[in-house]
Write a protein that binds this ligand. Structure first.
Ligand code: PRP
Length: 177
């Protein structure tokens, strides 16, 4: 059965919310630099827009994390596959994530980065699925709280497809109402 993406959040709705998040972050952190650390791959598009919406001087970094033994849900076996190229000691750090689901990825990453003694360590996520949480995560900036639907687009994939969509869509089976 073919899967069809149906728009859930339009590109305009996303852009408006990302600008609001950028304003809030700029107000909360008037002094830079802020190290914006995006988790590969899903956060690349959110990072591109959020970084332009933040007025405080910022630097962009990427980190790769993988989870093993996981179907659609994270199992808890997490490791860093691509580490940062810089030290974050004494700097403001904002982790930029596309979606928080079980919370396993961010719980792990917060522990790893805390040990590197940043001046501050916070999380900005575009999407949050609170119903799916297995580990509590303190997320400072949330774009949209969403129900437990499988979403793609704006960086989020299904088997590596759909990341390049400007809208966020729910995947439905063809013919399904
Ligand atoms: C997704 C998403 C988060 C993580 C959230 O990444 O981008 O990093 O899962 O899930 P959790 O809260 O249950 O840990 P994924 O592993 O699918 O990799 P990708 O970003 O490369 O698509």
């Amino acid at each position: 059965m073919a899967l069809v993406p149906r728009v859930f959040l339009t590109a305009d709705q996303i852009q408006k919310r990302v600008r609001e998040m950028g304003d809030q972050i700029s107000t909360d952190f008037p002094q830079g630099p802020i190290y914006l650390i995006a988790i590969l791959k899903g956060a690349f598009m959110f990072l591109a827009d959020l970084s332009r919406a933040i007025r405080t001087p910022s630097r962009v970094e990427f980190i790769g994390i993988s989870s093993y033994g996981r179907g659609k849900t994270t199992s808890g076996q997490v490791k860093v596959t691509k580490d940062l190229d810089v030290s974050i000691e004494g700097h403001h750090v904002l982790i930029v994530e596309d979606i928080v689901d079980s919370g396993v990825t961010l719980t792990y990453l917060m522990n790893v980065l805390k040990q590197r003694r940043p001046k501050s360590l916070n999380i900005a996520t575009l999407l949050d699925k609170p119903e799916r949480r297995l580990r509590p995560v303190d997320v400072a900036y949330v774009g949209f709280k969403i129900p437990d639907e499988f979403v793609v687009g704006y960086g989020l994939d299904f088997a590596e497809d759909y990341r390049n969509l400007g809208d966020i869509c729910v995947l439905h089976e063809e013919g399904q109402k």
